[in-house]
Write a protein of this length. Structure first.
Length: 259
């Protein structure tokens, strides 16, 4: 989920100012933050519409949700761009690189052993993306063993393909994976539907020919045992789901809400 090896050097980005509302009572002291004045959020920034780099900031659905969490805590938001492997493995949380990992991370049993997850905020399936004019018109054809497949490393897309006994070519980010299919180097991209739809906006020679129902749910992760912060995250998710803020965020980025 991009070539971003230089950009992904886990550099803390500028704090988003003005998030602490005047008169708001901060609860950050009860939430075991790395820095009591900031919520440090790690994302892999090349995965639009959930995150993408814009200047010295990360913008997108997950960035906007992070801002809402920071606002409710009464602190600033500090963004860190880092490789997805460190997020989905829980390593960045354990090493205290960040307080929350928020990067379209699918909740699954293996990841639950390494980190604690919030309630889901988005649900998605996998998509099959090919160049226009491709002979591949279904998921069965894409996965029949005769086509080269691009995936992002450490993702559920990669897990799904390898689970079929195939050996996809993994890339550090999804945009780079999509580029390989767009330029004809590889035949098929397997990615989640929401980001795959974004690829179609950026690569006009690609098309989505099928979806693979997986019922994946995205969650926000915290270090194991950080129940105070997890409670705060869930309270914010409940608020933004109830007051329409989350729907507004999805609308802003042209994503159909499924949470």
């Amino acid at each position: 989920m991009r070539t971003r090896s230089k950009f992904v050097a886990a550099v803390a980005l500028a704090a988003v100012g003005g998030l602490a509302l005047s008169g708001c009572t901060s609860t950050a002291g009860d939430s075991k933050l790395i820095d009591s004045a900031s919520l440090t959020a790690c994302s892999e920034a090349q995965y639009p519409p959930f995150e993408r780099p814009e200047g010295d900031k990360i913008v997108g659905i997950d960035a906007d949700i992070s801002s809402e969490i920071a606002k409710d805590l009464g602190v600033d938001l500090k963004q860190v761009n880092t490789a997805f492997e460190g997020l989905q493995s829980g390593q960045d949380l354990d090493n205290k690189k960040c307080d929350i990992a928020i990067s379209a991370i699918t909740i699954n049993d293996e990841r639950k052993t390494k980190m604690d997850f919030s309630e889901p905020y988005f649900h998605d399936d996998l998509a099959v993306v090919v160049p226009k004019g491709s002979s591949v018109t279904s998921a069965d054809q894409a996965l029949d063993g005769t086509h080269t497949i691009a995936v992002q490393d450490a993702t559920t897309g990669q897990e799904y393909v390898t689970g079929k006994g195939l050996q996809p070519q993994g890339f550090e980010d999804a945009t780079l994976a999509a580029t390989q299919v767009s330029n004809g180097s590889l035949d098929v991209l397997i990615d989640q539907v929401a980001p795959a739809s974004e690829h179609l906006k950026n690569f006009d020679n690609l098309q989505m020919v099928a979806t693979i129902p997986t019922g994946e749910s995205y969650g926000i992760a915290v270090r194991k045992g950080n129940s105070e912060l997890l409670d705060s995250v869930n309270k914010t998710l409940k608020r933004i789901q109830g007051d329409g803020t989350l729907q507004s965020i999805f609308d802003k980025y042209g994503v159909k809400a499924t949470a």
